[in-house]
Every structure is written in structure tokens, then in C-alpha cells.
Design a binder for this molecule. Sequence first.
Ligand code: SAM
Length: 312
Amino acid sequence: MTWRNTETPGWNPLPKSRDKENGPATHLPPLREVIARYGLSAQKSLGQNFLFDLNLTRRIARSAGDISGKTVIEIGPGPGGLTRALLQEGARVIAIERDTRFQGAMEELADTYPGQLTLVIGDALEQDPLKLCPAGETPEIIANLPFNIATPLIFKWLDNAQQYAGMTLTLQREVAERIAAAPRSKEYGRLSVMTQWQCSTSALFKIPPRAFIPPPKVTSMVIRLVPRGQPLATADPDTLRRAVKAAFGQRRKMLRSSLKTLNVDTAPLLEAADIPPTARAEELTVEQFCALARALDEQTEPVAVTDLRADP
Ligand code: SAM
């Protein structure tokens, strides 16, 4: 739904034209006023840590490159700090927000940027952003993610990673480090393998807790994920997911033990993938995990009915 013609008593009339530096966002009330007007106290359970610094939100928006005229999915616009920057850069924004209290503030933004903002009220975990976009669009996700659901959201989007232009995400630094981690580091895990299989990752800049209201306990980081065009190596996604989950499920154990949860004979499986049976999950590269997944598929592939028939 796109809102238009929202009457906001007491506001100056807004200019019709948009200018990237001095556009209508400068005529919008300060975010603190929006918060006060709508009584928007931050809810911890919804991971609400707001960004009010417009230089910072502009920097995040510009980290995705030129988004003018492009479709951007924003998760959790809240009072609209980052949303303003995205709109000012000329993006067409589809914002998914769970907390209905922000609807009024979003309506005002939609009125200021006619035709550019669509708000979807709902749980981002249950939405497929691709289905919300016009057909044929390759959207960018740009979001200051609610910390508590950042990881499940990223796993979900990775299922269709190649259909996005990119993902520019503000996350807890610890999650960003896990995404970009290299093998043999303690941060390397499921999130690293599944992300790097599909995307190249760049850590862009840190944001200190004091930049948010209220300040979170930890430092945040802005990262950008760009789909590779095609995954790093061939593997069936479900099989890869199963193999990686089993391997990191008991990350301190050697793979010959940890992979037993897959209900397969682990020695021939590892031999077929050319992986030493004494290796541990954190030592494998993404390509080796893919080799493991391919070997797993070969070992568990159902035998074709024709193969079972005795020769006449
Ligand atoms: N974008 C705003 C900013 O940068 O100031 C707010 C970011 S705040 C970290 C996270 C936002 O995500 C909040 O507005 C919160 O209500 C919203 N949120 C939390 N859980 C959500 C969910 N499951 N689906 C959609 N939005 C959610």
C-alpha cells in the first residue's frame, strides 16, 4: 500500500521537487520530534535501536552505490531515519515493519515522497521480499536489522541470493565478523560458509553504540553482500545446508565423528570428498564443504529402478 495526501496539521507546506542534498527530507520534522509526537518509546523485544544521525544514515544508503530509481527493501524502518536517506537518494522503498506504531510516521514520509514508499506491516521473517517487488526487479536490501532476528533473516534471503542486487546490512559486529570469517578462525561457522558460498562480503565501517538511541551494548558494523552470479562451487543447497549443520553441530569433533548424525558411513564419504577424516569443520574451505555435499548426494542417491532389475 502506498500512502498519499496525508494531512499533517501544523507543518509547513512541502516543496514538490526533490534535491539529493536539500530535498524535502530537510523539511521533515527532526526524528526526535517524530518519536515524541507518536510516543514511540523503543521496545527492546523488537530490537529497536534507532539511528538519528542523518549523515550516518546517508552514508549507509550510499554504501549500496547509486540506488536512484532502484527498488530497495528496508526491514524495520522504525521512525524512518534510514528510510529518509534512501528516499532522498531517489530509491523506491518497500519497507517491512512489524510495529504498527510507526505507521503514522511512515505515512508522512510517503506523502513527502509521492510514489516512492510502500509500507508493509508484518513480520519480515514471514515475508518474501521478492514477492513484494514489481516483476523483473532485482532489489537491494538495505537495513539496520533488529539484532534478535538478523541471522535467521540472512539465512532466509540466502535461499534466493542470486535474485538480489546486494544486501547492505547494519548488524552487531560479532554477526558481521561471523559472516566474513575465514576457515580456522573461531568465528568461522554455518553463517560464514552459507553466505560466502553465494556472496562476496565486504565489511564497510563500524558504528559505535552511542550513535543509536537507545545505545545497544555492542558495536555495530555495516557490511555489504554481493551475490556472486553463481555460487562458489557446485552443490545442492539442501545437502550443503545439512552437511554444514552436521559438521558445525559438533565443531570440536573430527568430521569422521561429527558427520555420523547424517546417518552415513563417514569414512568413504570423506574419502570421496578428498577430505582427511581427522579434519574438523572449521578447517574446511567453502569449496571443500561443497565437495562434501556432492559426495553425500552420491552416497545417498536412490538407486534407479532399472539398475535393480536382473539381466534377462
Ligand atoms: N531503521 C530504523 C533505524 O535505523 O533507526 C530502525 C532500526 S531498529 C534496529 C529495527 C527495526 O526493526 C525496528 O523498527 C523494529 O520494530 C523492526 N522489527 C523488529 N522485528 C521485526 C520483524 N520481525 N519484522 C519487521 N520489522 C521488525
